[in-house]
Design a binder for this molecule. Sequence first.
Ligand SMILES: [Fe+2]
Length: 304
Amino acid sequence: MPSYNPNDVSYAVSLCGLSDAEAKELLEQVNKTDENVSLDSLFKYADFMVKNEPPRIDSCKIPAGRLWYIEPFCGSTTYVIETEDRLVLVDSGFPCYAEQLLATLRSIFPDYDERKKDLILTHMDMDHAGLLSGFENIWMSKTSYDDFLGRAEGKPNLRERNPKRTPVYRISSLLSRDISADTANMRALNTFEPETDKPLSYIGTLNIGPLSFAVYETSGGHIGGSIILYEKENRIVFTGDTLVNPSDMADSQKEFIQMGTAMLGTMNDDSVKAKAERAEMFALLDAGGWILCPGHGFPMRYEV
Ligand SMILES: [Fe+2]
């Protein structure tokens, strides 16, 4: 186990603007990590957290209006379904990129602040739940909702319950400025527990304006509480991190994912389950064309 002192981590502390208490915790967590986390990898992670490179943005027409996709330097792709009367976002990148995302959204939609807006979180990871203010509703599974409620009470989140992986997740939280979120506008999609003995469990349908999402909760391959949303009218699936698209992804995204994998071994809680969930996700697609929207990278057209 490493034995570092405050001077060793001061670069990351000042770069990410950590308070004294946060700097103390960062040092404690760094000293609990194994050999896969060097100071070099820690500093590289910190560099990623403060990059202000412009995101990659594109869009396509859909029956309900337009689907936008915004890929930051690192962190999840944010999707925006633009309909006549409201915007529906799916995931919202890292907390440290929230201001950049907000500026991007205001540049795409000059009346962004006045628009009615909903956010859907595919899961609770910090690289998907960065911008959490300004929404009428923030929809998620009950598992994720309970997790946010617990965090607001100071309990460890779903990622921090495995002692071996806790230090890296705590370090990531500190450097990405992932602080306890206001839960007032958060809504659980379901009231019952999902059936975790099968890859995907139907937990209900979410209707927002002209959109209707059939929602399935995974068995926890990537992380517990992850959902997959099928919008059948518009032929779109939002997969969260059950699917990523390395073939249409910024180089910085690939580098960041590789770095995370090197530090943690795998980004999944259970890769065998994740594989079965991915197979089931494809099996649920009916015949015809679909737009698959992965957690990272740009969407892909898929024909069944
Ligand atoms: Fe992710």
